[in-house]
Write a protein that binds this ligand. Structure first.
Ligand SMILES: *Cc1c(COP(=O)(O)O)cnc(C)c1O
Length: 393
């Protein structure tokens, strides 16, 4: 069998400005990075608190390797569940105010594992239409009746819940929507779910560490707890600056995941050294209130700057500050022009976002300085004028 078909598909993707390419990062995560041999100022990392390259986290990783080695060696249920993993789980349970927490190797796996351990074809899953791909995949894979409700629309959710008969109903959403930056309207969503006897699962990949008391996330921000959000998922590769993820919840939930979550059972545990590094970053997340204050300051400064320049931002209170652009080729042109000025921002295109809603996903980090933010605003001002002139011509 030849690869002509694949070649044709790849070619078509290129022509639609949808071809994806990787860049080679030659430095640690930081505002100033080296990408493909060039120094640039990056606004596209999810390292929101600047912990991915923090000296305490690096030291904990090294010490962790000295004490527990590098490899997990086996799955958690065989002999890969190290003391480092166990301690981190206990600390994450306490941090999230839940009886238990369970570590997964990635957020993608946590979502697939949790939804599939809870639901099968007798059940129904309700997803916000802009939920992260891993949640959508998790729902589809489960075989449960799959419905998407309008973004943050609990009336639409209620209509769907009302007309669905199922053994179990699970409502699933991002805490902070990953490509838009807005928060889930959790009080309404949780009330609607409770009215219809449904559980709620929140994926707080972008909220945990950044919002709520001591960075406890979106659920805490709304003063909700385990009675309203029965399944809480958080990732460790974003604000925590390491890698992996966890699900937190009741004793019964976590025991069910240990018995049935296939992405937990049939995979090697994360490196115990990473677990130790994450314990150090959890301390910083809780202690360093100034990182969240700094982020808030940068968000406000960026929003004011964009308003002055007439750059259209999506409405978002979080470090995800997308500039709505429209067509994929336009997003690529702006991203390339910014790059020529030494600024690195990813263009987000379909199918990650809906057709016609391509955007530049600006992300801010507590590690950015005011001066760096102003360099971004200056470059945006130039590039947006340039692009507009080109389009008007
Ligand atoms: C990044 C992300 C994930 C996946 O987490 P990984 O640990 O990177 O696999 C899941 N959900 C959301 C909302 C995310 O943004």
């Amino acid at each position: 069998m030849s690869f002509d078909q694949l070649n044709a598909e790849l070619q078509a993707r290129k022509e639609q400005s949808l071809y994806r390419q990787r860049r080679i990062l030659q430095s640690p995560q930081s505002p100033e990075v080296i990408v493909d041999g060039k120094a640039c100022l990056a606004f596209c990392s999810n390292d929101y608190l600047g912990l991915a390259n923090h000296p305490d986290v690096i030291t904990a990783l090294k010490k962790g390797a000295d004490s527990f080695g590098v490899g997990g060696g086996a799955s958690h249920l065989v002999n890969g569940h190290s003391q480092a993993h166990h301690a981190l789980e206990e600390e994450l349970a306490e941090f999230t105010g839940r009886p238990r927490a369970l570590l997964f190797s990635t957020g993608y796996m946590a979502n697939i594992g949790a939804v599939n351990a809870l639901l099968d074809k007798r059940d129904a899953v309700f997803q916000d239409r802009v939920n992260h791909a891993s949640l959508l995949d998790a729902g589809l894979l489960s075989g449960a009746r799959f419905q998407r409700f309008l973004h943050n629309d609990s009336e639409n959710l209620a209509t769907r819940l009302k007309r669905t008969e199922a053994r179990r109903k699970l409502v699933v959403c991002d805490g902070v929507f990953s490509m838009d930056g807005d928060l889930a309207e959790l009080p309404d969503i949780c009330q609607t779910a409770a009215d219809h006897n449904a559980w709620v699962m929140v994926d707080d990949a972008h909220g945990i560490g950044c919002i709520g008391k001591q960075g406890r996330g979106t659920v805490d921000h709304f003063d909700l707890g385990g009675d309203q959000v029965q399944v809480l998922m958080g990732t460790l590769g974003k604000a925590f600056g390491t890698s992996g993820a966890f699900v937190a919840g009741s004793e019964e939930l976590i025991e069910t995941l240990i018995q049935h979550a296939r992405t937990y059972i049939y995979t090697t545990s994360m490196s115990p050294a990473i677990a130790e590094a994450t314990r150090a970053s959890l301390k910083l997340v809780q202690q360093d209130e100034w990182r969240r204050e700094k982020l808030q300051h940068l968000i406000t400064r960026f929003q004011k700057g964009c308003a002055q320049l007439g750059v259209p931002l999506m409405e978002s209170p979080t470090p995800i500050q997308p500039i709505m652009v429209g067509e994929a080729d336009r997003a690529m042109a702006i991203s390339a022009a910014l790059e020529a000025k030494g600024i690195f921002i990813g263009a987000i295109r379909p199918p990650t976002v809906p057709q016609g809603e391509a955007r530049l996903r600006v992300t801010l980090s507590a590690a950015h300085t005011d001066e760096q933010l102003d360099r971004l605003l200056d470059a945006l001002s130039d590039v947006m004028t340039q692009i507009k002139q080109r389009e008007d011509a």
